[in-house]
Ligand binder design. Structure first.
Ligand code: FE2
Length: 149
């Protein structure tokens, strides 16, 4: 089996991705009003992205000789769209952090590094997207740190 610290960390990532599947699906289910037309599909597609990552990471854990977890963390949910964006930004930022750490743990294993970098790129796109969605919003106006960002 590969480095157990690496496998444990990949399992933490897998747990995070399962959390994303549930959290984004829930956001897509509960959104109501006019913004439902715009964001229900967006949240569902983010849930699918998390599932895609979970699938890649789960398969990789098995390839490395580990056993994938089938659990998730608590989800964050709200009927306030700005709050959902904030939860989503926090979720994507945590993913960036986790994949960056996995890349460090992968060390000299180039193929694994490239595998993780491909996912990291998509997580950073998520951060960029939710950062932009939160800009010029009520949440940004209430948060000076976001306002100046
Ligand atoms: Fe992901």
């Amino acid at each position: 089996m590969a480095n157990p610290t690496l496998i444990d960390h990949l399992n933490e990532i897998l747990k995070h991705e399962w959390t994303g599947v549930a959290q984004y699906s829930q956001a897509g289910f509960i959104i109501e009003g006019v913004w439902r037309e715009v964001y229900a599909d967006k949240f569902l597609s983010d849930a699918k992205e998390s599932f895609g990552h979970a699938r890649l990471v789960g398969d990789k854990i098995v390839a490395l000789g580990g056993v994938p977890v089938a659990t998730r963390n608590e989800i964050q949910q709200s009927r306030d769209l700005q709050e959902v964006f904030s939860f989503s930004l926090a979720f994507e930022s945590k993913a960036v952090e986790m994949y960056s750490k996995a890349i460090e743990l992968a060390g000299d294993d180039k193929p694994l590094v490239v595998f993780l970098e491909d996912i990291l790129k998509e997580e950073q796109e998520g951060v960029d997207e939710y950062t932009k969605l939160l800009r010029n919003s009520g949440a940004a106006a209430a948060n000076p740190a976001l306002k100046s960002a």
